[in-house]
Design a protein around this ligand. Structure first.
Ligand code: ADP
Length: 397
């Protein structure tokens, strides 16, 4: 089966066409600036040259039309005809408490996801637009929804409830949902397979450290706690998000600076994190090099980021009563040798011993702990697209 994986953002669309016979990527690409001037599609089929198409794309449907044209193009495409695409897997950010696993999309599912728009006003609408556009352009092709929140639905109430009046949970669904679920689940499965152990016998801490970052405690294959919360703002220090704060700071700053709700939201999501502390960049590469050159605020941003990660690793171990494996994934987790070294240092008391030589690796599945380490430490590149395609295949079999 050939599965098209679609990930729609507000003005972007990422896709991969995966041949499930051998899980190879036949084509992939990215559309940017949908609905704004300068729309651009960058497409690449396996073994062929990259193709850049610049053409006005007023909406996601137009963008998808051009993607499908590119996928079947004689010169730079990957398949002969649209009929070869047998299913579509959609990444959807928020499924609230409605779905704890991926589902085949029908009208009821769409209605349920529409009800979740309030919980993810920036993400769910473009996801739904992508689903509808595919339905129109590929009538009769089955579609599957894979949700960022689904994997975390196994968390116990003591993990997901906030210490607020209970009525807000009942009235508005204010609780921890957690995100990056597809990534955490994928790397946990890979961990079990690399270690040759049953996922159901392991306590794993997965650290998804990218521009957005979250940590999950996975006990017996199930998420039991995670750092992101009601929204992706909670938890770790991120590229531009604050992560955990004393909530009183929010009203204090709003009052002092005379900020509106939107302005405060923007400050917490777009102007904080390592960008906010360093004043330099949200990109860890820029901050690491500035810190090396002696920039103190860049160093402070890194120190704050690392110490928060350490605290969450320890917290996850506490929640599970131990840990067998700690896994690093996503942009920073996969590539920053120094971040992994700093984060793992001082955890020897917990049986975590990083092997500095093995840790000298970027973007490759590797066990980076010493042979003597009681806790395995791994680097595993995440692959959310493959996970979405696997779920799609599984559900349609
Ligand atoms: P997202 O998908 O959340 O946008 P990614 O998983 O792509 O994020 O991660 C992006 C982050 O990873 C960036 O902040 C980038 O600086 C960081 N990153 C990528 N490569 C490296 C590297 N070699 N060293 C340090 N940080 C890196």
């Amino acid at each position: 089966m050939k599965v098209l994986v679609v990930n729609c953002g507000s003005s972007s669309l990422k896709y991969q066409l995966i041949d499930m016979a051998d899980e190879s990527v036949m084509a992939k690409g990215l559309v940017e600036r949908i609905g704004i001037e300068g729309s651009i599609l960058t497409h690449e089929s396996a073994g062929k040259e990259k193709k850049v198409i610049e053409e006005p794309m007023k909406d996601h449907k137009k963008a998808l039309e051009l993607v499908l044209d590119a996928v079947v193009n004689k010169e730079y495409g990957a398949v002969e005809s649209m009929n070869e695409i047998e299913a579509v897997g959609h990444r959807v950010v928020h499924a609230g408490e409605k779905f704890s696993d991926s589902v085949v999309i029908n009208n009821d599912v769409i209605a349920a996801l529409e009800e979740c728009i309030e919980l993810a006003p920036l993400h769910n609408p473009p996801n739904l637009i992508g689903i509808r556009a595919c339905m129109e352009l590929m009538p009769g092709v089955p579609m599957v929804g894979v949700f960022d929140t689904a994997f975390h639905q196994s968390m116990p109430a003591s993990s997901y409830i906030y210490a607020l009046p209970y009525e807000y949970y009942e009235k508005y669904g204010v609780r921890k949902y957690g995100f990056h679920g597809t990534s955490h689940k994928y790397v946990a499965q890979r961990t079990a397979s690399i270690l040759g152990k049953d996922l159901d016998s392991l306590k794993i801490i997965t650290c998804h450290l990218g521009n957005g970052a979250s940590i999950t405690a996975i006990d017996n294959g199930k998420s039991v706690d995670t750092s992101m919360g009601f929204t992706p703002l909670e938890g770790l220090v991120m590229g531009t998000r604050s992560g955990d704060l004393d909530p009183a700071i929010i009203t204090f700053i709003m009052e002092k600076e005379n900020l509106s709700i939107d302005e405060m939201n923007n400050l917490l999501n777009k102007k904080s994190g390592v960008l906010g502390i360093s004043g330099i960049s949200s990109d860890f590469r820029d901050i690491e090099s500035a810190a090396k050159e002696g920039n103190e605020r860049a160093q402070l941003a890194l120190d704050k980021f690392n110490v928060r990660v350490k605290k969450y690793i320890a917290a996850c171990a506490a929640v599970m009563g131990g840990v067998d494996a700690v896994v690093f994934t996503a942009g920073l987790g996969e590539n920053s040798i120094s971040a992994r070294e700093i984060i793992c240092s001082g955890f020897e008391y917990m049986g975590m011993e990083l092997d500095k030589e093995k840790n000298n690796v970027r973007g490759k599945e590797t066990v980076v702990s010493k042979d003597s380490s009681k806790v395995e430490i791994l680097v595993i590149p995440t692959n959310e697209e493959l996970m979405i395609a696997r779920d799609t295949l599984e559900l349609l079999k």
